[in-house]
Write a new protein. Structure first.
Length: 297
């Protein structure tokens, strides 16, 4: 049984405050792409993990791996041999580790359903899943969402119009704590209370121009090449909008049509052979997964 760990993209990310315990408050529009890691599960005795793929070296495969920690929360007495095909660069602002953990939870729930057990999580399990990381619940659904608070407040969005994306990473890691530390202003304005309905990719791109990623400026100070990546994406034929995702260093550009995104990614990969580049569809929504999370959190 296989699961896909979708890359998470913060189309915008407003930092709206900081709690007394140090956690930052966010207001972010999050979507998921048909670009990501793969996870394969085979029923077995116990839980085991093997990591393959071009970025396998950056993933610790011990018992403290986030995938195994997530699987243990919902496995019960069900074991599985897990193989993670790591295709997303680590520590890159697109939720790779959280997406992998979420995929492990989904595949274990599916294995349980195949064995005739009722799939789902208890409230205690849902709380433990949220404690794995702020991005894990939204990655579990892999459904477009508005994410607020420290990531625990999720409002599922209606299905998006057809939008394609090109992702680019200059193969550098930008530590998230360092980016937040370099952020001079922690209390900034949130997104508008009511979000519009976007009829097409151009409408979404136009709306995004009036939003921000408050982490992009401090990330550029730490890694100036991020500015080069955004500029290169903006210059691609057909690009509607470009920005950094999350805390970086991965950046994205939006496109209206699949052919434009594919051609743009091929051009960029040829121009920048040392960068990681990928293209895919932004998923309009996974209502089945959103319903699962809504019922258990």
């Amino acid at each position: 049984m296989t699961e896909f760990a979708h890359a998470k993209i913060n189309l915008c990310l407003h930092v709206t405050g900081q709690r007394a315990d140090g956690y930052h408050l966010l207001d972010s529009l999050v979507v998921f792409a048909g670009i990501g890691d793969g996870l394969r599960a085979t029923p077995a005795d116990g839980l085991n993990l093997r990591v393959t793929g071009p970025f396998a070296a950056g993933v610790p495969a011990g018992q403290d791996n986030l995938v195994l920690r997530a699987a243990r929360l919902v496995a019960g007495d069900m074991g599985a041999d897990l193989v993670l095909d790591k295709r997303l660069p680590p520590a890159s602002g697109i939720g790779g580790g959280s997406a992998d953990a979420a995929a492990a939870i989904r595949v274990l729930l599916r294995l349980q359903a195949m064995a005739g057990r009722m799939p789902g999580m208890t409230q205690a399990q849902a709380d433990a899943v949220a404690a794995l990381g702020a991005d894990v619940p939204v990655c579990l659904a892999s459904h477009p969402a508005r994410m607020r608070g420290i990531g625990e407040k999720l409002d599922w969005l209606p299905p998006l119009p057809e939008v394609h994306v090109v992702l680019a990473n200059p193969r550098i890691e930008v530590p998230t704590p360092a980016v937040f530390k370099a952020l001079p202003q922690k209390k900034n304005s949130p997104l508008p209370e009511v979000l519009p309905s976007w009829i097409d990719a151009a409408a979404l791109a136009g709306w995004l121009r009036d939003t921000r990623n408050d982490l992009e400026a401090p990330a550029r100070i730490i890694a100036p090449v991020i500015g080069d990546v955004v500029s290169a994406l903006e210059a691609l034929p057909g690009a509607l909008f470009a920005r950094m995702s999350g805390s970086g260093a991965t950046c994205f550009a939006l496109f209206a049509k699949e052919a434009e995104a594919i051609a743009a990614s091929e051009t960029l990969a040829e121009d920048q052979p040392d960068w990681w580049v990928a293209s895919g569809l932004i998923y309009p929504g996974r209502a089945d997964m959103a319903q699962l999370i809504r019922a258990t959190t």
